[in-house]
Design a binder for this molecule. Sequence first.
Ligand code: AMX
Length: 435
Amino acid sequence: MDYIKERFKAKADELGADVKDLLKQHGSKKLDEVTVAQTYQGMRGVTGLVSETSLLDPNDGIRFRGYSIPELREKLPRVPDGSEPLPEGLFYLMLIGELPEEKDAQHLSNVWGRRSQVPRHVFNTIDKLPPDTHPMTQFGIGIMAMQTESVFAKAYSDGINKKEYWSYMYEDAMNLIARLPRLAAYIYRRKYKGNVHIEPDASLDWAGNFAHMLGYDDDSFRALMRLYMTIHADHEGGNVSAHTVHLVGSALSDPYLAFASGMNGLAGPLHGLANQEVIRWIQQLREELGGGLPNKAEIEKYVRKTLDEGKVVPGYGHAVLRKTDPRFTAQMEFAKKHLPDDELVNIVWRVYEVVPPILQELGKVKNPWPNVDAHSGALLVHYGLVEYEFYTVLFGVSRALGVLASLCWDRALALPIERPKSVTTRWMKDFVSGK
Ligand code: AMX
């Protein structure tokens, strides 16, 4: 057995025993109380899920196994002379719960490189779609087409002991992560680069090779891709994409089916699609003003117009966060180092000065600060990746790391099928009137 898989199994056995103990001793202890409002309003603030890979603090932002984004940028392995962490290292951290050594990240690069072959029929399926199909739709269909490769689905249909589920799920998760960059690059090159494809470079790391297959071989773009793939990977368990993968996986749907479902959630404009919306929104602002760097008064007018039209300001707000997203800050730091004079990036920074007080003024927006999506598009545009409809696919490739590591944990801990209770408004009215 691969040594990382063995380590995972040992950690899972250990935690499994802890969980058993926890349930035996404290299983009936109350964690929370649920209000009528929470039931109607997206279950906000209800603690009802376990996700081992990361934990979100409303003020400090995301921590992956206890490590913040600035800490990860310092402590995770990098390529020689590299400035940004390797996502392989983050995956190891989320899966095993300990910081990896360089050789562990390298090992994952090699394993994923070896497993990265995408079957021909997946490309053939994508080729049948109208070229203007949204890249996220193509991505979801491509993942579904790849489900033919699920070792879990095959083993389950052959008949396996439930104690072995985790092992097949793990194999599927590793294969899927390995293949996603190739699939995503295929979709990009087919739609935007005349269907001319670039062969993988086996000497590169997972994110570096992804950048290469997309057609961007600049060193700082590769660094950006490593950072991008790291910071978008996980945001605890309740966000739409992570929760969906967990929910669908709980029915023992294999990782291809579960992950494709999560990607359909990521494709929503209030979730992952916000990154494309941000760039579209800024481009419209520029068009209205005839180009150039808008001043603060012009931005303010545009923001107010957006709100008056009953629209949200994309890239701002969050269901859990209550401060500027550290993923926004990490990208801002990257931009200050690599592209401080870029005009679009400077617009993003100026928007950051203007939007929060306006949203605060509304009195209802719980978090007026920028989230991850407010910055990512401007960085990509700088390097020439201007096709903003593709941005959520990049987010999705990264998100695979967190949600699939989590799915491995779900099966290793033998979590049951998820099935919360729902009620009707009739039931609710009877309940509040004491009937
Ligand atoms: N612009 C305008 N209004 C906003 C707003 C924004 N950026 N963020 C929140 N609001 C509004 C809500 O629409 C809601 O209005 P309503 O009562 O009239 O329906 C009110 O403020 C209260 O909302 P909230 O409790 O602060 O937020 P939420 O938890 O319901 O929603 C989110 C969170 C992210 C969907 C919301 O802030 C939003 O729509 N933001 C813009 C889209 C975006 O950037 N999404 C990406 C989030 C990160 C990610 O998943 N990738």
